[in-house]
Design a protein around this ligand. Structure first.
Ligand SMILES: [Zn+2]
Length: 324
């Protein structure tokens, strides 16, 4: 049936609930809330009032308004806002949605291939999402909740500092952007890129960005995000990143891939320490080299977005500073 092919189940229900006229007149616009079919603001207002009553009254209405008011006040890119609004309000083209429309399509997650790819999975439960939130020092207690994505966002919103709202929004957007690059451009799944992209966008956003909230991130390597390539044959590549929440926490993480691009391992660590970002980046690299050594890996290519650390490693620089 064509309806199955083109619409999501809830859309199909709505289409099927439309009564067709027995008269064979031409199609025309008809506003269903007025007898004469002509649109009026009064009937629309009455409809929203009715929906508000049916929704459990003022408390739900208040909660909605609180979320939307907050959303529009945050100074992030309009495209990030628009995406976040969509994420809160309508189904995205995740594989579980697409597979319900198109027969024979896999519903597995493009990131981990181990679960059905729903929005709550993609942005909350997937290993890649967890990695991203840890990398951005934005893990939350609401991660354990089994709820829809909208409810999850509301919970996260409540438990996080207002200065992190922008970062959270950009993080969600960057996860989706990376997802689409994986799906359409065949890019290798790499949560460190999502973390880096989020930080780049927050930086580019400039002074008006609420999400900058005291966070300091390492300088981004020139050339941006598109330079990732496979490790040479016989070697493994480790992508390392660190995030610093000043005076509170440092998060470091890495993913390791073989020369075919297959994910070997990935991990992240949060420490309650006060390090400057370049030191955090250096520790991130050191941690991962030790990790690799403990796994018996000898030939390693390390990629970090911190030029100072890479330069220091190349020069085998020593000194008396904390960093050196
Ligand atoms: Zn997944």
């Amino acid at each position: 049936m064509k309806l199955d092919h083109f619409f999501l189940p809830f859309e199909r229900e709505r289409v099927l609930s439309i009564h067709l006229s027995p008269n064979k007149d031409d199609d025309s616009w008809y506003w269903g809330l007025e007898k004469d079919g002509v649109y009026s603001v009064k009937s629309t207002y009455a409809m929203f009032e009715g929906a508000r009553e049916a929704d459990g009254g003022a408390s739900v209405w208040k909660r909605e308004r609180w979320l939307w008011n907050m959303l529009w006040k945050i100074a992030v890119w309009p495209r990030v806002k628009l995406f976040f609004w969509k994420l809160c309000s309508e189904p995205l083209a995740t594989t579980d949605n697409i597979s319900s429309r198109v027969r024979g399509e896999s519903s597995l997650c493009y990131f981990c291939s181990s679960c059905s790819e729903s929005c709550p999975h993609l942005f909350r439960d997937c290993g890649v999402a967890k990695w991203v939130w840890e990398g951005l020092v934005l893990e939350g207690e609401a991660e354990e909740l089994q709820c829809g994505v909208r409810e999850w966002i509301e919970h996260r919103w409540r438990e996080m500092d207002a200065s992190d709202y922008g970062k959270f929004m950009v993080g969600c957007w960057a996860i989706w952007e990376h997802h689409n690059k994986v799906v359409f451009d065949g890019v290798v799944v790499d949560p460190t890129r999502v973390v880096r992209r989020t930080n780049d966008v927050l930086h580019e956003g400039g002074g008006g960005m609420v999400g900058r909230g005291g966070r300091k991130v390492a300088r981004v390597r020139e050339g941006g995000n598109d330079g990732w390539c496979l490790a040479p044959e016989g070697k493994v590549k480790i992508n390392v990143d660190a995030g610093v929440k000043e005076g509170e926490e440092v998060g470091t993480g890495a993913v390791c891939r073989d020369s075919q691009g297959a994910l070997l391992w990935g991990l992240s660590v949060a420490r309650e320490v006060e390090w400057e970002s370049v030191f955090a980046e250096a520790v991130a690299v050191l941690d991962r080299l030790q990790e690799a050594a403990s796994r018996g890996v000898r030939e390693v290519v390390v990629e970090s977005d911190c030029l100072q650390v890479i330069d220091a490693l190349k020069e085998k620089r020593t000194g008396r500073s904390l960093f050196a």
